[in-house]
Design a protein around this ligand. Structure first.
Ligand SMILES: Nc1ncnc2c1ncn2[C@@H]1O[C@H](COP(=O)(O)OP(=O)(O)OP(=O)(O)O)[C@@H](O)[C@H]1O
Ligand SMILES: Cc1ncsc1CCO
Ligand SMILES: [Mg+2]
Length: 308
C-alpha cells in the first residue's frame, strides 16, 4: 500500500498485520488511510448482487471513490475475481445460474488470493441460498456482512453456532429483515470470524464488527436507513471497495463508520425517505478520511465472548 500524501493521521508501517490485536488509535489510522487510498486509486470491486438494489450498490461504491461492475455468469465471476481488488456477492435475488456462479467465483477468489464479501440476504428463503452458503464454507468470505438474524443463521449453517443460538429469537430473518438484536448475534459473529480468519460486520441501530479477536461497536446512522432498500446491500459493496486496499477488519470498520456518519448527515438534510437516499449518497461522497477515522467506535477484546 502507498502512503496517502494528504492523510493527517499516520498509520503504522505494516498495514496487513491483520491477525494481531491493534489499538484503537492504530485502527483509526488504518481507516483514514483506506479512505484516502480508495479515493486515490479508484479500485474495482465487482459484484454479483441482487436486482433490487444493484444501482444503489454501484452508486455507493462510486461515491466513496471505488469502481463498480455487476456480473451474473460463472465465467464472468471468475474473470472479475482476477480483474478486481475484491468481489462482492449478495444473495438477495437468486437466478438458477448462481448455483454455478457463486461457488466458481468464491473458488476463483481463493485461487487468486482476492478477498470477497458475502451478504447472505434472505437466508432461509428457498433451498438455493442454503445450498450456496454451505458450498462457500470451503472458500469462505474475507468479510461476512449481514443483519443480526442473517449472521446467526450463517453460523448455524456452518456448524459454528454452539450455544450461540440461545441468544437468538429462533425465528430467523423475516424475509430480508432482522428479528434479532445485534447483541444477540455477537457470539455467532465472533465464531464466524474465527472460522473465516476475516471479519464479520453485523448491522443494526448500533453495528458490531469483529475479527474474532476484537469486537468494535459503532453508533450513528439513522432509522431512515431502514426506510430505503439497500442500505445494508450497499454497505457490503462499499466494504468490498475498502477490502481492495485494507485488511478485512479495517475495511469493514471503515465502511461501517462511513455509513454511520453519512446516515446521520443525510437525515439532517432530507425531508423523507426519498430525499434521504439522495442525501445519503451526497454525504458518502463528501466524507473526509479524518471524519471517518474519528467516527464513534468502542473497541473491546473478544476473549470474553465464548464463540465456539
Ligand atoms: N435503527 C437504526 N439507527 C441507525 N442506523 C441504522 C438503524 N438500523 C439500521 N441502521 C444502519 O443501516 C445500515 C443497514 O443496516 P440494516 O441492518 O438495515 O441492513 P439490512 O437489513 O441488511 O438492509 P438491506 O437488506 O435492506 O439492505 C447500516 O449502516 C446500519 O448501521
Ligand atoms: C427487498 C429485497 N428483496 C430481495 S433483496 C432485497 C434488498 C434488500 O435486502
Ligand atoms: Mg440485507
Amino acid at each position: 500500500m502507498t502512503e496517502p500524501s494528504t492523510c493527517a493521521i499516520s498509520a503504522p508501517a505494516d498495514a496487513c498485520a491483520s491477525r494481531s490485536t491493534r489499538t484503537e488509535a492504530e485502527l483509526r489510522a488504518f481507516m483514514a488511510r483506506a479512505v484516502h487510498e480508495v479515493r486515490e486509486t479508484n479500485p474495482l470491486a465487482p459484484s454479483i448482487t441482487n436486482t433490487v438494489t444493484q444501482n444503489f450498490v454501484a452508486n455507493a461504491q462510486l461515491a466513496v471513490g471505488g469502481s463498480a461492475a455487476m456480473v451474473y455468469l460463472p465465467d464472468e465471476g471468475e474473470c472479475v475475481a482476477a480483474l478486481g481488488g475484491a468481489v462482492y456477492i449478495n444473495l438477495g435475488t437468486l437466478l438458477p445460474v448462481y448455483e454455478q456462479t457463486v461457488p466458481a467465483t468464491a473458488r476463483a477468489c481463493a485461487a487468486a488470493g482476492k478477498p470477497w464479501v458475502l451478504d447472505p440476504v434472505g437466508i432461509g428463503i428457498g433451498s438455493l441460498r442454503t445450498q450456496l452458503i454451505e458450498a462457500v464454507h470451503e472458500n469462505p468470505p474475507a468479510i461476512l456482512r449481514g443483519n443480526a438474524s442473517e449472521i446467526i443463521a450463517v453460523a448455524e449453517l456452518w456448524g459454528l453456532a454452539g450455544d450461540s443460538s440461545d441468544d437468538a429469537s429462533g425465528d430467523g430473518p423475516r424475509g430480508v429483515d432482522s428479528t434479532d438484536s445485534v447483541d444477540a448475534a455477537e457470539r455467532a459473529a465472533v465464531a464466524c470470524a474465527r472460522f473465516t480468519g476475516g471479519a464479520v460486520a453485523v448491522s443494526g441501530a448500533t453495528d458490531l464488527v469483529t475479527d474474532g479477536a476484537q469486537v468494535a461497536r459503532l453508533s450513528g446512522g439513522s432509522p431512515l436507513m431502514t426506510c430505503i432498500t439497500g442500505s445494508g446491500c450497499s454497505l457490503g459493496g462499499v466494504a468490498a471497495v475498502y477490502a481492495c486496499v485494507a485488511d478485512p477488519f479495517v475495511a469493514a470498520l471503515t465502511a461501517t463508520a462511513a455509513y454511520n456518519l453519512a446516515g446521520l448527515r443525510a437525515a439532517e438534510a432530507c425531508s423523507g425517505s426519498g430525499s434521504f437516499q439522495v442525501a445519503f449518497l451526497d454525504a458518502l461522497y463528501n466524507l473526509t478520511a479524518e471524519e471517518v477515522a474519528e467516527a464513534p467506535l468502542a473497541l473491546a477484546s473478544a476473549s470474553g465472548t465464548q464463540a465456539l
